[in-house]
Design a protein around this ligand. Structure first.
Ligand code: PLP
Length: 277
């Protein structure tokens, strides 16, 4: 494991930032998590597109160009000596005396490179359980902001109840997971919430949508209710770290579909794995 901060490579556990850093004090920044498979970043262009969109959405002026991020990421991969890793990348509004209004200082860019978090193989084979939780987040969920408190609180309730993920519900509809997108399959078609300010535009969601098109599986971007999730033929989550994760159970032991990972879910999962080889 290794880290990068504002021009310097350092050990992950090295003290690095002054207390008056805006990410630390305000969560005033945005981030990305990028998966590296066999030394190659997966969908890096899409991650950088989203990083620039998030920065712009919070009026954070990001002068570093794509080549800069690509270079640092490749240096981190080389220095880590790892083939399969997760890069965490964070940009904040910098280091300045604490004051809510924007400071006049350079942004802080930091990254960590760590071995890929092992995807729970058993869960992938058997499918995961989910916990329904009110979506208590703000109205800018399309921004990959550092402010994750509602996500953390929801995910912890899910974990306390032996569920892998909290599925968030706003105004009667499922939006997404606390750190994933969610989909149902009914009559051979995939359904997931449309891209609005209520969900994060997942990079794995882009991959799954492309795969669905390739495999001629209809992909409908329409919201669904918890009831429709309960009655779906199949359900699954996607994220950079989970990839495609089958969902087979509600917390109350309601079985979704056959109670086993569905055939469309498995087809998507296999095709995604093939793309990362
Ligand atoms: N939705 C939320 C709230 C997330 O935090 C994440 C990723 O961590 C996702 C969806 C999935 O996005 P991606 O596929 O880019 O990892």
């Amino acid at each position: 494991s290794i880290a990068y901060l504002n021009g310097v490579f350092l050990a992950l556990d090295e003290p690095a930032l002054p207390i008056e850093e805006r990410g630390h004090q305000f969560g005033d920044g945005v981030y990305e998590v990028i998966r590296i498979y066999g030394g190659k970043p997966f969908m890096l262009d899409e991650h950088l597109d989203r990083l620039y969109r998030s920065a712009e959405a919070i009026r954070l002026q990001l002068d570093s160009d794509r080549a800069f991020f690509q270079t640092i990421i490749h240096q981190l991969i080389d220095r880590s000596g790892l083939a399969d890793l997760d890069i965490y990348l964070q940009v904040t509004r910098g280091i300045a005396p604490r004051n809510h209004t924007f400071p006049n200082c350079p942004v802080s860019i930091s990254m960590t490179a760590k071995p890929s978090r092992a995807t729970p193989v058993e869960l992938k084979e058997n499918g995961a359980a989910v916990w329904m939780h009110p979506d208590e987040r703000w109205l800018n969920c399309h921004i990959k902001s550092l402010n994750l408190l509602p996500n953390i609180l929801a995910k912890q309730v899910a974990a306390d109840n032996d569920c892998l993920e909290a599925v968030l519900v706003r105004d009667g509809y499922v939006t997404e997971g606390s750190s994933s997108n969610i989909y149902i399959v009914e009559k051979g078609a995939i359904r997931t919430a449309p891209l609005t300010n209520q969900i994060l535009a997942g990079i794995t969601r882009i991959a799954v949508k492309r795969i669905a098109q390739e495999l001629d599986i209809p992909f409908h971007e329409q919201p669904f209710t918890p009831e429709e999730l309960r009655n779906a033929d199949e359900a699954f989550l996607t994220s950079t770290t989970l990839e495609v994760m089958p969902v087979v159970r509600y917390h109350d032991d309601t079985v979704i579909g056959s109670g086993k990972p569905g055939t469309i879910t498995q087809a998507l999962s296999e095709r995604l794995s093939a793309l990362t080889l």
